[in-house]
Design a protein around this ligand. Structure first.
Ligand SMILES: [Zn+2]
Length: 292
């Protein structure tokens, strides 16, 4: 039960009005921290990996650790590959044992995005029970956030979103609504809540077909997160916040213990900091106690 794709957990979240956290890890200790926090909170979990760290750690090593940890966990855990722009690598990771794959062809023309997404969907659904996510519109880096929000054509068009999910059969959609990757420069970034609501009504209004994903979770206030969940967001990708927490904890420890040469103590300090940060997110997303 513990090794799962993201389909059932996101369907439940969409129906019941909370969200599942998708937490980015770059090493094995971080993976353990994220899992332990979710075990404590009895929350469903999606572990997020990017392409570069996956290649650096070694895909087989990463999947072996994921499977080992998940096999003894009491909560459902999905392993997600984030923003992969390479169709072949998406397929390769599905074969390695990732259980959710994000093909990101959002920078391609609409028709090409459909073609690549459909290709990955067909492969992953046939290869095993691997779910697939795709993006429509441009989820920017924070440098471009304002420009993207001001230029409507870069955001996700609701009618196009409906057509996109129907034509591709994709399991989850990340529509660009103005959230950005990285750290927002302002406390109140411009996010098009309304647009997410319109997309949600069109796609999931009568029954949950394609749960919606919010990228760029870092730096969104609890109030923003609550509004995004109310508008239909059920999967929140959190990366920068965790990376900063990890690096700051390591820096803090080394600065305070310059003569300490036991790496285990450093690891433990950083792991605890990451766990505490993840628990904050679980509370914000409302996923505590939602593991079956
Ligand atoms: Zn993203």
């Amino acid at each position: 039960m513990s090794i799962v794709n993201a389909r059932e957990m996101l369907k439940q979240a969409t129906e019941k009005g909370y969200a599942v956290g998708v937490f980015n890890i770059t090493n094995i200790i971080q993976m353990e921290a994220v899992v332990e926090a979710h075990e404590e909170a009895r929350a469903p979990l999606i572990i997020q990996t990017s392409v570069t760290p996956s290649k650096f750690l070694g895909e087989q090593v990463l999947v072996a650790v994921y499977r080992t940890i998940s096999a003894s966990a009491s909560i459902p855990i999905c392993l997600h590959l984030d923003h992969c722009t390479d169709v072949d690598y998406c397929k390769k990771c599905a074969d390695f044992g990732w259980t959710n794959i994000m093909i990101d062809a959002s920078k391609q023309p609409y028709g090409e995005n459909i073609r690549q997404t459909r290709d990955v969907v067909n492969y992953c659904h046939a290869a095993g029970d691997v779910s697939v996510e795709s993006e429509l519109g441009i989820v920017s880096g924070v440098e471009d956030q304002i420009q993207v929000v001001e230029d409507e054509s870069l955001l996700c068009n609701p009618e196009e979103a409906l057509r996109f999910v129907e034509e591709t059969g994709v399991d989850f959609l990340a529509p660009a609504i103005g959230t950005a990757h990285g750290v927002y420069r302002t406390k109140n970034p411009r996010v098009d809540f309304e647009r997410l609501g319109r997309i949600s009504v069109l796609i999931n209004g009568d029954r949950v077909r394609t749960p919606l994903v919010v990228h760029g979770g870092t730096g969104l206030s609890a109030d923003y997160v609550k509004r995004l969940i109310a508008m239909g967001g059920s999967k929140f990708n959190v990366s920068t916040d965790l990376k900063r927490t990890w690096i700051n904890a390591v820096y803090e420890y080394i600065t305070a213990h310059r003569e300490e040469y036991d790496p285990g103590k450093l690891d433990k300090h950083a792991k605890n900091a990451m766990k505490a940060k993840v628990l904050e997110w679980i509370t914000m997303l409302g996923s505590a106690g939602k593991a079956p």
